[in-house]
Design a protein around this ligand. Structure first.
Ligand code: ADP
Ligand code: ZN
Ligand code: ZN
Length: 738
């Protein structure tokens, strides 16, 4: 008999498979690709995924180990997800085993059985004989069987106590043969065809045209960019497409950004349909996540709504993928497997031959470019559904105006007017804490993180200085650590400071701060939203948490306190990100009958970007930005990969990247790869972070395939490089933060 070898993908950073001997007692047919296998690895045990079996191996016999345990009787991952993971591992230059880890729910990674929880059900045996001699002198058992007899479906084990039945009683009754016990799969709940739970809105012309375009091809792969201004009714279009997919007996995968997890977004989907909805996002616990995943895989969920990683959920009958707010940066994972869920969704939809709908009021330049080149079908919604009109933009030049905790006098006046008219105000400031720095007025000392090249933010409420980059916290000093004088002053304003000031300026109006600090406690966001939804005048002050997914119909004034950040940054995407943020925040205003106004407070009020955005809107801005990217040869007109390294000493990271540079140069020559440029190595924008020195080498190519011809051999070479042992390194394909 020939020996069988198992090629297993293990959750290790190494970009290769590991061979093990198949234990003889397990039949050959059990080794199907996609099953989990427990194996020895060094001194530990690991759980990996079987990729293939083979009859030969390169591992010497004395090094070869036996696999320990087969965990699944059928493949955990269906073929399409195996392929998707393989594609992702190759494209993002990541180890396949680790790619599987990102794709699987935690409990499965830890070896939990891939089975839905079962319910133990107790039932009274019929015909019932309450005079049975076995019940004489057992009054509690008699009482228990009477209660059970009243429930023809039986009673679940964990609910026995609610009915006053003790577990001892049912166990005794079981021994006497008077009751039965059976297991009910949670998924055995009878399947009803999904139906509407709520009437639909009749689509307006634009919505109808978009719906028709997609529905006409609902059985084939195509990417649609649904570019509709905020409030134009994109969600209604999604919902009606979902109705069609469900009616065809298929499942729908909906991806939403992390920040959109508000109950409002989820409710719109859950309220519309009588359907089985599985939620896969960061607020569900590991057990719920596993149950949702299994329900999706077995076809027992109709709609799957989740954040980024839900993209990897196996679905038996995938019929449609929707990516809401496709421009959102939370779709790009920034650690480990650095994938972009939107881009992978296209790969998945193509393989499954189903449509994918990308929706946004502020599409990414990448997607707009794809629409221009004909790869995506562009569908525009230019009117607000429900009749509300677009907010008006006002640029407020504050170069010569004093700012009071970030708020200028003309803005104060506008806020007052709005409140007096009985309306609500939203103030946007993308900076948490009280002040971004504490400064000594005598010697100029500034609060600086000891671990990062960054300032420490003053959090007045906790009397602390905090680093927003590494989490370092220290008590606020009384004296200047440098000159020992006491004149320490907060410089600049964050949400805490603006909140404090607004509260003093408008003592009779509720001021609600909404940022990561104020909403950290469970339920606090709901409480804040409750006050806002009451409709009474109030001021909301917050970070980008406020910018997305919410509807505040009584808000008629949106104020953007500091729009300048994006105009200075070295990151070529900063302008795009800022424009998206401004338009998204602005979109919260005047959603109901009252027209909204957006005041952009800026020291660069004449900056062409702000002028164009406020006068001509996002799409005109985006055209201009695309032209600029084209003439400078930046993405989407070129393709990037970023090699990052960090180490305890700056020279170690540099040494590694210099080596990487030479290897890359050699490979370019050897393989005759044209049109790939190596830029760097240079220090990262924030060189020191959490005590480590960071540097990067940028690879830029005008052709994606050429870039990948370089990346694959480059990464294999880097893995075994001696200088790689003293640095941590990673490769980021299509990076969004440079
Ligand atoms: P978007 O997703 O583009 O931001 P929404 O779907 O949230 O827009 O729609 C904005 C508002 O308009 C919602 O209150 C929604 O109920 C309403 N709406 C959407 N479509 C219609 C329609 N066809 N007729 C009337 N109101 C609509
Ligand atoms: Zn000082
Ligand atoms: Zn720090």
């Amino acid at each position: 008999m020939t020996e069988r070898y198992l090629r297993i993908a293990l959750p290790s950073p190494l970009r290769r498979l590991f061979d093990y001997r198949a234990p003889a007692q397990i039949p050959e047919s059990a080794w199907q690709p996609g099953v989990r296998v427990r194996v020895p690895f060094g001194r530990r045990e690991m759980i990996g995924i079987l990729v293939e079996t083979a009859t030969t191996t390169n591992v010497p016999t004395d090094k070869l180990k036996d696999a320990l345990e087969l965990l699944d009787s059928q493949p955990l991952l269906p073929d399409d997800i195996m392929r998707l993971c393989l594609w992702a591992a190759q494209y993002y230059q990541h180890s396949l085993g680790d790619t599987f880890s990102w794709a699987l729910p935690t409990l499965l990674r830890q070896g939990e059985p891939a089975e839905a929880r079962q319910k133990k059900i107790w039932q009274a045996k019929r015909p019932l004989n309450l005079e049975d001699s076995l019940l004489i002198r057992a009054p509690r058992q008699l009482a228990a069987i009477k209660v059970l007899a009243q429930h023809s479906q039986g009673i679940a084990h964990e609910r026995l106590e609610q009915f006053g039945i003790s577990k001892d009683s049912v166990t005794a009754l079981l021994k006497k043969g008077l009751v039965t016990q059976h297991l009910l799969q949670l998924q055995d709940t009878p399947h009803k065809t999904p139906s509407l739970a709520q009437p639909e809105l009749p689509l307006n012309d634009e919505q109808q045209a978009a719906f028709n375009a997609i529905h006409a091809n609902q059985k084939t792969f195509k990417t649609y960019l649904l570019a509709g201004i905020t409030g134009s009714g994109k969600t209604e279009v999604y919902l009606q497409l979902i109705r069609e997919t469900l009616a065809a007996g298929q499942q729908v995968l909906v991806l939403i950004p992390e920040i959109n997890l508000g109950p409002q977004t989820l409710e719109r989907f859950t309220k519309r349909f009588n359907a089985r909805i599985a939620l896969l996002h960061s607020h569900v616990n590991d057990r719920e996540r596993l149950e949702a995943w299994l329900a999706a895989r077995s076809g027992h969920a109709d709609i799957i709504i989740g954040t980024r990683s839900a993209l990897f959920t196996p679905l038996q009958q995938l019929g449609l993928i929707i990516i809401d707010e496709e421009h959102d940066s939370s779709y790009k994972q920034q650690e480990g497997l650095r994938y972009h869920a939107r881009d992978l969704a296209l790969v998945r939809a193509r393989a499954a031959n189903v449509p994918v709908v990308l929706g946004s009021a502020t599409p990414s330049l990448e997607s707009l470019h794809n629409a221009h080149s004909g790869r995506f079908a562009l569908l525009r919604l230019n009117k607000r559904a429900g009749g509300a009109i677009q907010p008006k933009f006002i640029r407020l030049d504050v170069r010569s105006l004093p700012l009071d905790s970030g708020i200028s006098a003309p803005l104060q006046k506008e806020i007052r007017k709005t409140l007096e008219a009985g309306q609500q105000v939203l103030v946007f400031l993308n900076r948490r804490g009280f002040a971004p720095v504490l400064m000594c007025n005598d010697c100029g000392w500034m609060s600086q993180c000891s671990q990062c090249d960054a300032r420490l933010t003053l959090h007045q409420r906790y009397n602390e200085l905090r680093c927003h980059h590494c989490g370092h916290v220290e008590i606020r000093p009384h004296h200047c650590p440098s000159c020992n004088k006491i004149d320490l002053r907060p410089v600049g304003a964050g949400t805490e400071r603006a909140e404090e000031r607004l509260q003093i300026l408008f003592p009779n109006t509720p001021v609600l701060r909404i940022d990561r600090d104020s909403t950290a406690r469970k339920g606090s966001m709901d409480a804040l939203l409750g006050t806002i939804n009451s409709g009474d005048p109030c001021i909301m002050i917050g970070t980008q948490m406020l910018a997305k997914g919410h509807h505040f119909p009584r808000v008629t004034l949106v104020a953007i306190l500091n729009a300048d950040g994006g105009l200075f940054s070295a990151d070529f995407r900063a302008g795009e990100k800022m424009a998206q943020l401004i338009v998204q925040v602005a979109g919260r205003a005047g959603r109901a009958g009252d027209p909204g106004r957006v005041i952009i407070q800026s020291e660069l009020a004449d900056h062409p970007l702000l002028v164009q955005l406020s006068e001509q809107g996002y799409f005109a801005f985006a055209e201009q930005a695309l032209n600029e990217r084209c003439s400078t040869g930046l993405p989407p007109f070129s393709h990037l990969a970023l090699l990052r390294a960090d180490a305890l000493k700056p020279e170690l990271a540099d040494m590694f990247l210099e080596d990487a540079y030479s290897i890359a140069e050699q490979l370019l020559q050897q393989l005759k790869i044209e049109g790939v440029e190596l830029l760097g190595p240079v220090s990262s924008p924030m060189e020191r972070r959490a005590g480590r020195y960071r540097a990067q080498l940028l690879l830029q190519a005008n052709n994606r395939a050429q870039l990948h011809r370089l990346l694959t051999p480059l990464c294999s070479n880097l893995e075994v490089l001696p200088s790689a042992r003293q640095s941590r390194w990673s490769i980021d394909v299509d990076p969004i933060d440079l």
